[in-house]
Design a protein around this ligand. Structure first.
Ligand SMILES: Nc1ncnc2c1ncn2[C@@H]1O[C@H](COP(=O)(O)OP(=O)(O)OP(=O)(O)O)[C@@H](O)[C@H]1O
Ligand SMILES: [Mg+2]
Length: 310
């Protein structure tokens, strides 16, 4: 491939060294070339999965990179030719913000889908970022949903039914659905576990990284035993890796020892570009496609696309 040299301003200066970047099929390796390919719309496409993969992104520990991973993996897959739907199931609505969609109180959202039987099709909106990317936003109304769901019939199945109904009817098949969970194990997260075939668990490369993960795994076991036997851990993604400290490498090593091949080789670095992007209603793929953060999510997305589900 001939070298593409973009203008100076489009090239990120981030230089975080990443352990084990995924040696995926793409030959695009430098930030400059990535930025040029993304901006020209010529990023290589990935093969489509044989059926829609519904992936719940969960970890009841707060602030570990669930939403950042949801929106950036979704955008990375959309850039690589996949049709992707993001379902925002967190009352904070952070995924909706990052994808630049309206999520003011009262807007059609996951709240009405779960509580008022609104057909999902009426809440799905396109993301301005990519024509392959669609969103079901979450509004603050969802904050009361745990309590309001409680007395309802089939309260654990409401998202599953809405999603299945939609995926069965929509004329254009989705390749991936990502469900972004709140940082708690309650009825919202339970709905996400029942609706998915795969779990993606982001783990922050910090002290107490595994705190709460065993509780999450127990919850997974309970859901498999009682409600959704086909649910599996699709992938564990190491986030906020800081190459300058030994702690990051130690935590990454510990998580790999514990979970083996389930952990993606791609690691997400701590990157200021990743934390800035949502403030502009963008993912990092749009905000700074040449940054280390963007490249790591492109790499993780490629890996996820051919990662066996365990
Ligand atoms: N790799 C990263 N580098 C730097 N900042 C990051 C990175 N990943 C996430 N952040 C920032 O850390 C904060 C928490 O990330 P995020 O919102 O994705 O976590 P979360 O698990 O979804 O949080 P919550 O549990 O509240 O839903 C955000 O401000 C985000 O911008
Ligand atoms: Mg979040």
């Amino acid at each position: 491939m001939s070298e593409i040299v973009p203008e100076e301003s489009t090239v990120s200066r981030e230089t975080d060294a990443l352990p084990g970047s995924y040696p995926g099929p793409s030959l695009i390796e430098t930030g400059a070339a990535t930025a040029a390919a993304v901006r020209s719309g010529k990023y290589p496409a990935l093969p489509h999965p044989s059926s829609t993969r519904v992936i719940t992104v969960a970890n009841q520990k707060g602030g570990v990179g669930k939403t950042t991973s949801t929106v950036n993996l979704a955008a990375a897959l959309a850039l690589q030719g996949q049709r992707v739907l993001v379902v925002d199931l967190d009352p904070q609505g952070n995924a909706s913000t990052a994808l630049g969609v309206d999520h003011r109180s009262g807007a059609p959202s996951t709240y009405q889908v779960l509580l008022s039987d609104l057909p999902l099709a009426e809440a799905v909106v396109p993301s301005a970022e990519n024509e392959n990317l669609w969103v079901v936003p979450a509004t603050l109304d969802l904050a009361g949903a745990e309590m309001e769901l409680y007395p309802l019939v089939a309260r654990e199945w409401r998202l599953d039914r809405a999603l299945r109904g939609y995926l069965g009817l929509t004329p254009h098949r989705f390749d991936y659905v990502f469900i972004d969970c709140p940082p708690s194990i309650g009825l919202l997260t339970l709905n996400a576990f029942v609706a998915a075939q795969e779990l993606l668990i982001p783990i922050q490369c910090e002290y107490y990284a595994l705190e709460g993960v065993s509780q999450l795994i127990r919850f997974l076991g309970m859901v498999r035993d009682n409600l959704n036997p086909s649910l599996r851990i699709g992938a564990i993604l190491l986030t906020m890796f800081d190459g300058r400290t030994r702690l990051g490498a130690q935590v990454a090593e510990e998580v790999r020892q514990h979970f083996g091949d389930t952990v993606l080789a791609s690691v997400i670095p701590r990157s200021v570009r990743l934390s800035e992007a949502p403030g502009f209603g963008q993912t990092v793929l749009e905000y700074d496609p040449g940054s280390a953060g963007a490249q790591s999510y492109l790499s993780a997305a490629r890996e996820l696309s051919d990662h066996p589900v365990r």
